[in-house]
Design a protein around this ligand. Sequence first.
Ligand code: USQ
Length: 402
Amino acid sequence: MPERRVFVAGFDGYLGWPLSQHLLKRGHVVAGVDAFLRREQVAGLGACSAVPVASPQERKSALREHFQQTPDLRTGNMLDFPFLRAFLKDFQPDTVVHLAEIPSAAWSMIDQAHCSFTQHNNVIGTLNLLWAMHEVCPDAHLVKLGTMGEYGTPAMPIPEGFFEPEFRGRRDRLPFPRQAGSFYHWSKVHDSNNTMFAWILWGLRATYIMQGVVYGTEIEHQSDDPRLKTRLDFDQCFGTVVNRFCCQAVIGHPLTIYGQGGQKRGFLPLRDVMQCLTLVIDSPPNAGDYCVVNQFDACYTINEIALLVRQACSEEGLTVDIMEVENPRMESGRHEYQPDREQLLALGYQPAGSPLQEIRMMLADLLPQRERIEARAELLLPDIRWDGAHRRSGVLGREAAG
Ligand code: USQ
C-alpha cells in the first residue's frame, strides 16, 4: 500500500490512540489533534478508565521509542478554526480521519448544558473540518465516524446510507431516514447531512462510517508497553455495553441490562475497527465521490451479550449474576434489526474472531484492574434518564448464575 499522510482528529481517544499506532506501524505519516476532552469529561463524572491511561507526554514518548517517526501531535480544539486550518495547511494530508467528537448518548442527555455542549462541539467541529479541508486540502479523503444509531431501529432492513423508495409511481435514490435516539446521536445525523452537503457542494471525497457499538481492549500485535494501551471506560456515559459488562463481571457486580434486554445493536471489536478503518483509508472513493459504510461485525440483543459475558466468565471460574434495571433511556425494547454491511466485506473485511474470544481477552486484561473498578462501583447503576430526571434505576429482577 502506498504511504499516506493521515491526519487523525481525536488521536487520544479510545479509537484514535490505537488507530494512530496502527497507522504508524503500517508506515503512514501521521499527524493529529486532540483537546483531551474525554479525559476531562470522564474525570468530571468521578470515573476513570479501567485500563490505566498514560499522560499525553508519556504517550508521545512511547510513540517516539516504538516507531520510526515522531508524529506531529498537537493539543487543540476543532472549534478553533484558524488553528485547524493552519495545521491542515501545514501537514497537507491525503486522508483525514475524524474521531474528535463527544461519543456519549447519556452525557448528552444530562441536561441542557451537556446537550448543547455535545451538539456544538460535534456539529461545529465537523463544519470547521469540512471548511478547512475545502480551503486547504480539497483533494484529501475524509473518513468521518458516524454511528449506526443514526438510523434508529426502523421496521425494515437498513441499507448503507441510501435507498431507492418508490412514491406515487416515481423512484429516487435518497438518504435512508435517520431516527436517532439521543441528542448525541442527532449530532451525528447533523454531521451526516453537513458532510453530504459538502460533497454535493464542493465534491468533497468522503466515506461516512456508520459504526456499531465497539468493545475490546486490544489491537493486533498490541505492545506490552502500558503507555501504548488504550482507555476502557465503564461509567454510564462513556462505557459501552460490552465494556461495562466485562468490568462489572470482574468485580462480581451483576450485569446491568437496561429494561428487558431485547434491544438489538451491531457490534464489533476494537481490533476490527482498526482493520475496517484501514481498508477504508486504503481504498479512498474516486475524487468527488461520497460513500456511506455500515461498520459492524454482527448483531446481538443485550440479553445475548450478557449471556456471552457470563459464558466467558464461567470458563474463568467467575460467577456472574444478571439483573434487569429500569431502562433510563427511551428506546424500543423489541424490534427488527437487519442492517446491511456489504461494502466492508467487498473491501476485504474479515472479522478477527468470535465475540467470545474477544471477551476472554478483555477479562484477562481487566482482572488485574479489579481494584480501580471496585473503587468506582457506585457509578455502575445509571441515573441519567432520557425523561430529564436524575434518579438511579431500580432493579426489576435478578437472575443468579448457574
Ligand atoms: N445498555 C444496557 N446496559 C448497560 C449499558 C447499555 O442494557 O449497562 C444498552 C442500552 O440501553 C442500549 C445498548 O445497550 O440499548 C447500547 O448502549 P451503549 O451504551 O453500549 O451504546 P450507545 O449509547 O448506543 O453508544 C455507543 C457509543 C456511541 C456509538 C454507539 C453505536 O458510545 O459513540 O455511536 O455506541 S450505536 O449503538 O450503534 O449507535
